[in-house]
Design a protein around this ligand. Structure first.
Ligand SMILES: Cc1cn([C@H]2C[C@H](O)[C@@H](COP(=O)(O)OP(=O)(O)OP(=O)(O)O)O2)c(=O)[nH]c1=O
Length: 205
């Protein structure tokens, strides 16, 4: 019996619900296939190069299995005074990160990769957004930690969630902070002829 399942040709190589949400909101049709790439194996270099390397590795892992598809990979880090803040592993780590970010401006870097092996294409870029936090009281930090929101987010906060109250201002792309610079990624997809919109021919085969 022939399969009636839609074969999408755009794949998001990510387990991040935020990335999926951002691309869906932009009207794209895609599959989600998270990889197993071990980020800890990559040494920190320049923050932009670092997120590009990780984004590329995440995309390539899936592209090898689906050479005909266009694959998107991404990686987001929070960077302050030469240090990378990843996802906090404990309440103590979350507390330390939030204290460090309090009253300061930090940088959020998201690297993205858009690639297709059959087309012989690999685009990698990094986008930077400056984020300024308000001065946080200890009570505000404790309240935010007990909401549970910091734990799967780089830098222990979510600008798109309850953590919106932490942010005084941003300079640059908002979606870049959430996990995917939508403007730049869609620009790249359009340039490559790889945009699959709901209802369009390219979205299924
Ligand atoms: C700073 C910030 C980060 N984040 C999230 C975006 C990313 O999902 C996460 C950083 O972790 P990443 O390692 O970039 O991504 P991930 O592990 O969630 O997903 P995958 O590797 O499978 O693609 O932090 C927010 O949701 N809001 C924010 O304000």
């Amino acid at each position: 019996m022939p399969s009636t399942r839609k074969q999408h040709h755009l794949i998001l190589a990510s387990r991040s619900p935020r990335r999926k949400y951002l691309l869906r909101k932009a009207g794209l049709v895609f599959e989600v296939i998270p990889g197993t790439f071990d980020e800890s194996a990559v040494p920190l270099t320049d923050p932009g190069d670092y997120v590009k390397t990780l984004a590329r590795a995440k995309a390539e892992e899936i592209a090898v299995r689906r050479p005909e598809a266009w694959v998107i990979g991404a990686d987001t880090i929070v960077f302050i005074e030469g240090a990378v803040l990843g996802k906090p592993a404990s309440r103590t780590a979350a507390r330390e990160m939030l204290r460090r970010l309090s009253g300061q401006t930090h940088q959020v870097y998201t690297g993205y990769a858009v690639c297709c092996r059959a087309a012989g294409r690999m685009i990698t870029e990094a986008v930077r957004t400056d984020v300024r936090f308000k001065e946080l009281t200890e009570a505000e930090i404790e309240w935010y930690i007990q909401t549970g929101e910091p734990f799967d987010k780089a830098g222990a906060y979510a600008i798109q969630g309850l953590g919106t109250f932490l942010v005084r201002s941003i300079n640059g792309s908002y979606t870049n902070v959430v996990g995917l610079p939508v403007c730049e990624v869609i620009e790249a997809l359009i340039r490559e002829g790889a945009v699959f919109l709901e209802g369009s021919e390219g979205a299924s085969s």
